[in-house]
Design a protein around this ligand. Structure first.
Ligand code: NAD
Length: 377
């Protein structure tokens, strides 16, 4: 069976789905690995490194024509796929179910790593959402430090003493915890807040302070995720958070609720209450709005009162080698889990496959995607 690694299509996307180090694992399992010319260039993995690792470097046309399975980080070029092929990537089926539907119609098996059940311990090595969120949280702390006009650590020098930066992380899931750890290593005085009470212990274990609000006691939802707040809870949360935000030099926000637009945590009033020189990094920034009022995805703006708001998008792509290394291990582990006797063995009774297989046999098979498509009719 031939597996092809193709170049990412999104402008500016630097990651690659499989790194050279991952090739022997697949060839060792009897798979033939094809790599599109230049696929790894954005992450500094050259074509020769892939050849030396045992892959064949081919043109895009050959990769799409000859492969049984296409591997990518985000999405492959749908119009080049053909019936009987399988596409593995982060296909975002819940935000764009029509894309999955088009793959199903074309007879393509769609496997999306973002559907992986995250609480199964045997699936942890395949968890790309976690590995990429980890990279994103790390980079968020670095871009905050770079945009902040003072030091993060307490520095005592002959030229004076600098007090440590006060940094708050809102939303302490995978990305938030990594942002806390990184900011702590840079010497900031860090606190964290989340609506899931379980995260208190995780924040404290990293040496940060957990902020407890009286307005929202718990909003733990299903599968370890948060639930959406009611309108009343949201207003009370925003009002209570504003007091905490005003005392911070830097705030990093990572809050997400599955299938919903990111919750607004830092209101316009909260931004206005911050001192000039403060920095906000909004990892929830999207075209639908983010965690921070006024954030623009992909842009850095400075408000009238001197607060820098960074609409951070696709941070994993800006640490491409580390992000690709981790993703490569995730996608290989999933692929090998789904291969038996040298062929793709789709089994929707398997809990892992039931989460990731979105289309197969000419049909959309994932219940959540089907539900969304039915809602559109
Ligand atoms: P996510 O990206 O969906 O959201 C980020 C954080 O935002 C979450 O911690 C969420 O609780 C928080 N949030 C949502 N609404 C909020 C609000 N209004 N105010 C404040 N915070 C808000 O989450 P994630 O990082 O993907 O992690 C979600 C959960 O999955 C966590 O419990 C994590 O520990 C768990 N998880 C488990 C495993 C595993 O067991 N293998 C792997 C990965 C993640």
């Amino acid at each position: 069976m031939k597996v092809a690694v193709v170049k990412e299509l999104e402008p500016g996307e630097q990651r690659v789905a499989l790194v050279p180090e991952g090739v022997p694992r697949l060839t060792g399992a009897g798979l033939e690995v094809l790599v599109e010319q230049g696929a790894g260039a954005g992450a500094w993995f050259g074509d020769s490194a892939y050849s030396e690792a045992g892959a064949s470097v081919v043109s895009a046309a050959d990769a799409y024509r000859d492969a049984d399975i296409i591997l990518c980080v985000t999405r492959p070029e749908a119009t080049r796929l053909k019936s009987g092929q399988a596409a593995f990537g982060m296909l975002a089926p819940l935000t764009d179910p029509a894309y999955v539907s088009s793959l199903a119609e074309a007879g393509v098996t769609a496997v999306s790593l973002d559907g992986l059940p995250r609480t199964l311990s045997r699936a942890q090595a395949m968890d790309a959402l976690t590995s990429q969120a980890n990279v994103a949280g790390y980079k968020a702390a670095l871009i905050a430090a770079a945009a902040y006009g003072r030091f993060f650590p307490l520095l005592i020098t002959a030229a004076g003493t600098a007090r440590p930066c006060k940094l708050l992380v809102l939303g302490t899931g995978v990305a938030g915890l990594q942002a806390i750890g990184t900011a702590r290593r840079l010497g900031a005085q860090v606190s964290g807040y989340d609506v899931r009470p379980a995260s208190k212990g995780e924040v404290e274990s990293l040496g940060a302070t957990f902020i407890e609000l009286t307005s929202v006691v718990s909003a733990a939802g299903e599968g370890g995720y948060a639930r959406e707040l009611t309108g009343e809870e949201r207003d009370a949360q925003q009002a209570e958070l504003t007091g905490h935000i005003a005392r911070q030099d830097v705030v990093i926000t990572t809050a997400q609720v599955p299938g919903r637009r990111p919750p607004l945590l830092v209101t316009e009033d909260a931004v206005k209450a911050m001192a000039a020189g403060s920095v906000l990094v909004d990892m929830g920034a999207s075209s639908l709005g983010g965690n921070v009022a006024g954030s623009v995805p992909g842009e850095t703006i400075v408000t009238e009162n001197g607060v820098t708001i960074i609409g951070a998008i696709n941070l994993p792509s800006s640490v491409p080698a580390a992000a690709s290394n981790a993703y490569s291990r995730n996608i290989s582990a999933l692929l090998l889990h789904m291969v038996a006797d040298g062929a793709l063995a789709i089994d929707l009774d398997d809990e892992i496959q039931a989460g990731v297989v979105a289309a197969h046999g000419g049909r959309v098979v994932h219940p959540a995607v089907l539900k969304l498509l039915e809602g559109d009719r």
